[in-house]
Design a binder for this molecule. Structure first.
Ligand code: GDP
Ligand code: IMO
Ligand code: MG
Length: 423
């Protein structure tokens, strides 16, 4: 019937996995639209934690069909490991997982080139999953897609052509050993056999589900708006479009069928990898936030940089994404603080800046303007009704909502399913 987009509103790791899992019991289909196994979406059910990298976070609801859209870049090993892990927990993919024939494949040389690029001076702190090099090949029209797996001859030919170029680069520019073409052909042929049954014409499937079958579709973004290659803090971004616009190109669902955009908003700010971060706390308080919020990367285990909530940034994110409603996550992490600061604007050379400076150098030179709110100093992890939240917590939420210009529809007060307040 209609499609809803769910986006990360900051620099990723906002808690998208948890909220997709919560919402997916009212959706028929969940579709990932961009990124790859650089994502790490965590879902906690009882004592069991699942970290998903490629498969949509609706997979833990047994009636939900999960789709990997054409905008996603697929690492065969990561996908097979994930399928195996889920199946070991009794979660079957049969009839529940669909993969777009137009999704691009991450090849071994993409991961190698990612790590070589990151060893140079223009390092940006990637996840090392081959994301950038794979999207480079996609846009250079050299990429290898899922559909290429279906024709053995075509696949071999494409791998040979690509590898000839990459081996030249490895040998002549990077002085690195060449990769063996037959090993790669064998690996990708075996992958085809493992995923053949899931390969689908995804735009046709999704549009039929919307138009003829009255289905509800949730489109799950990975990363966050400020990591968007067009709208983020370039060059310290990922190589796809996590913003809501990417959901249409990454799935084949047209904009006229989108009814809602939900933003996932962490109650403070984190960032993993390099790049500007105006409200970063490099002191003990930043370390405390990291400890209280368990802010370590779900994909790489790297410590996340932590800082105050940045309303100037989220306001920009709201505009770019068209966020109508927000899910505020990790509110409980702020419960130990006497007072909480919120960045409401930026100043540069003593003057307020009205528009968000995405240019990394400019963003590095801004000074945040803070307002201070009282803390609540109470454990809120067991609260399930908005009315029961401390008055200071409600004040903080109202302030976020006013500053950013959206309604709040979900409040998350812990990693588990039942630690969620719906408004
Ligand atoms: P995603 O990439 O946006 O899905 O987020 P991640 O899974 O990378 O990181 C979010 C982390 O916070 C995970 O460890 C979640 O289990 C956890 N989490 C999610 N919501 C909450 C919350 O409301 N409170 C706390 N304390 N943890 C949460
Ligand atoms: P989820 O979906 C947080 C960051 C990396 C690096 C930059 C580029 O879990 O929110 P890449 O490997 O994509 O080329 O790295 O983007 N990054 C993320 N940060 N959450 C993510 O995903 C991220 N995916 C990539 O740390 O700064
Ligand atoms: Mg994550």
């Amino acid at each position: 019937m209609s499609a809803t987009i769910l986006v990360g509103s900051q620099w990723g790791d906002e808690g998208k996995g948890k909220i997709v899992d919560i919402l997916s019991d009212r959706f028929d289909i969940v579709v990932r639209y961009q990124g790859g196994a650089n994502a790490g979406h965590t879902i906690v059910i009882g004592d069991q934690q699942y970290i998903l990298h490629l498969i949509p976070s609706g997979i833990l609801r047994k009636d939900v069909i999960c789709v990997i859209g054409n905008g996603v870049v697929i690492d065969p090993k990561a996908l097979l490991d994930e399928i195996k892990l889920l199946e070991s927990h009794g979660i079957s993919m049969k009839g529940r997982l669909l993969i777009s024939q137009n999704a691009h494949l991450i090849m071994p040389y993409h991961k190698l080139l990612d790590s070589i690029n990151e060893s140079g001076s223009s390092k940006i702190g990637t996840t090392g999953r081959g994301i950038g090099p794979c999207y480079i090949d996609k846009y250079a029209r050299k990429g290898i897609k899922i559909v290429d797996l279906l024709d053995r001859k075509e696949l071999e030919a494409k791998i040979r052509v690509n590898l000839e170029e990459k081996n030249n680069l490895l040998k002549k520019v990077y002085n690195h050993a060449e990769l063996d073409v037959n090993t790669i052909i064998d690996e990708y042929t075996a992958f085809d056999e493992a995923i053949d049954e899931y390969i689908t014409d995804v735009p046709a499937y999704l549009n039929r589900a919307l138009d003829d079958e009255g289905k509800e579709i949730l489109m799950e973004g990975a990363q966050g708006a400020l990591l968007d290659v067009d709208h983020g803090t370039y060059p310290f971004v990922t190589s796809s479009n996590p913003t809501s616009g990417g959901a249409c190109t990454g799935t084949g669902i047209p904009p006229t069928k989108i009814s809602n955009v939900i933003g996932i908003v962490k109650a403070y700010t984190t960032r993993v990898g390099l790049g500007p971060f105006p409200t970063e706390l490099t002191d003990e308080l930043g370390e405390n936030l990291r400890t209280w919020g368990a802010e370590f990367g779900a994909t790489t285990g790297r410590p996340r940089r932590c800082g105050w909530f940045d309303a100037a940034l989220v306001r920009y994110s709201r505009m770019i994404n068209g966020i109508q409603r927000a899910a505020i996550t990790k509110l409980d992490v702020l419960s130990n603080l006497d007072e909480i600061k919120v960045c409401v604007a930026y100043e540069q050379n003593g003057k307020r800046i009205n528009s968000f400076p995405t240019n990394a150098h400019r963003l590095e030179s801004v000074t945040p303007v803070y307002e201070t709110l009282p803390g609540w100093k109470k454990d809120i992890t067991g609260i399930t009704k908005y009315e029961d939240l401390p008055s200071e917590t409600k004040e903080y939420l109202s302030f976020m909502s006013e500053q950013c210009g959206f309604e709040i529809s979900i409040i998350s007060v812990g990693p588990k399913r039942n630690q969620t307040i719906e408004l």
